[in-house]
Design a protein around this ligand. Structure first.
Ligand code: B12
Length: 368
């Protein structure tokens, strides 16, 4: 592919709302050995699917036979947090990015088909290590929080990739600009980051509140603070890319605008929802996959940490939830509700003091 055609390709990506795009030749992702060690140490927590299909993950040429290049796209999702009495990760406030970004990638594939070749897109929908590919394609560098960090947009990029049999001139990789900065690791409420580019998913609130099926480990509950779904803290701490609000300015379309009608102002109101209510409310949203039970589990922890403002009403609702869950044999939910009841009873109606970063008390290392 000529430089001129490549410029047209990247121009089309821009028209489709991608604020960053680059290309790389097909080659094994860097630090594949690190990935295998990470798995062997169990840092993937219960995400066993990360250990499957490594014949493709670590050898992207097997993902699309004859692939010669990969186009990597970045979509900025930074936006001011909405006014809610709890936090939801910004990527999850609106529509599910897997769906709407894949649609956009397919449009780009259609364009590329006019130039020949075969294309295969993915947005976190395949055994592909998107971050190392993005780094190689020059979108940014993998920062100490492990996120691909773009000079202009910081870590606030969602990634997608198109594998292609076309040979496209590659971009130069970006230089790592983390330097001595360790703000992300310092801000992580649960010590999931060590400040040396490594993350332990077993301690990450983005994992515990979204992917994890069982109990929120007691030692991390206080540190969860008001984070109901996902965690943006290590991205917020990054000095790159703060203060840019493309979603709010309409630059990236409407998909990620907060669906405020779905999120209840009072979490205890959701205790009356049925599974069908939950599914209807969060249809097309990343929260749909969480399901009502894990939503309620997370609500208990958040209310235990923050529910002092309406202490009596929250206590009564949590106690009723505990009884209902116990009667139904749902030990997990009954235990989380009991934890919240006892936490609120002990806070005397006062919310926990937070520091200026919104970080609740340090994780409780003594809790069993
Ligand atoms: C599994 C997964 C998770 C897991 C594990 C996170 C992780 N860091 O791996 C959990 C559930 C915790 C998670 C959380 C989040 N995720 Co996630 N996740 C993924 C997924 C599916 C795979 C990532 C993976 O392969 N991890 C394996 C580990 C080993 O990789 P790694 O941590 O990056 O390890 C690298 C570094 O440690 C580095 N390294 C090691 N040693 C050294 C030394 C030096 C000197 C250097 C420079 C680097 C370095 O190299 C390793 C290999 O690349 C990708 C999508 C995809 N298919 O790629 C999305 C993805 C990474 N997630 C994404 C997002 C947005 C998030 C959240 C921000 C969501 C939220 N707000 O709640 C958080 C961020 C938490 C964090 N700091 O990572 C985006 C990130 C975009 C970006 N700009 O980087 C992705 C790419 C999805 C997408 N399509 O946009 N996620």
């Amino acid at each position: 592919m000529s430089d001129d055609l490549k410029a047209r390709l990247l121009g089309t990506a821009g028209e489709l709302g991608f604020c960053a795009a680059g290309t790389a030749s097909i080659a094994a992702p860097p630090r594949g050995d690190y990935f295998l060690r990470w798995l062997a140490e169990g840092r993937n927590a219960s995400m066993e699917w990360l250990a499957r299909n490594n014949d493709r993950r670590l050898a992207p040429e097997n993902f699309l036979p004859g692939a010669r290049s990969v186009v990597v796209l970045g979509f900025n999702y930074h936006q001011p947090p909405p006014v809610l009495p709890y936090r939801v990760a910004r990527y999850a406030l609106g529509a599910d990015y897997h769906n709407f970004l894949l649609k956009r990638l397919k449009k780009l594939c259609a364009r590329m088909r006019e130039w020949g070749g075969e294309q295969r897109p993915c947005v976190d929908t395949a055994p592909v290590m998107e971050k190392p590919l993005a780094e190689r394609a020059g979108l940014g560098w993998q920062g100490k929080n492990t996120l691909v960090t773009n000079r202009r947009h910081g870590p606030w990029l969602l990634l997608g990739a198109i594998f292609t049999t076309l040979e496209i001139p590659p971009d130069a990789p970006e230089t790592n600009r983390c330097g001595a900065c360790r703000r992300c690791a310092g801000a992580c409420p649960t010590g999931a980051l060590d400040g040396a580019y490594h993350m332990d998913a077993r301690r990450c609130l983005a994992y515990l509140t979204v992917e994890h099926d069982g109990a929120i480990p007691p030692e991390f509950r206080a540190a969860m603070g008001d984070r109901l779904f996902g965690c943006d803290t290590c991205a917020e701490a990054c000095p790159f890319g703060s203060g840019q609000w493309p979603v709010a300015s309409g630059q990236c379309g409407d998909e990620l605008r907060p669906r405020l009608e779905a999120f209840p102002q009072r979490l205890r109101d959701s205790f009356a929802w049925t599974d069908a209510d939950y599914a209807a409310r969060f249809a097309g949203s990343p929260l749909k996959r969480l399901g009502l039970r894990r939503w309620l589990r997370n609500c208990c922890v958040v209310l235990g940490n923050t529910g002092g403002d309406e202490c009596a009403a929250n206590l009564a609702a949590l106690e009723a939830l505990r009884e209902r869950a116990a009667a139904a044999g749902d030990e997990l939910l009954a235990e989380h509700a009991a934890w919240a009841v006892s936490k609120l009873a002990n806070t005397d109606g006062k919310n926990e003091k937070k520091d200026e970063t919104g970080k609740a008390a340090e994780f409780d290392q003594t809790a069993k």
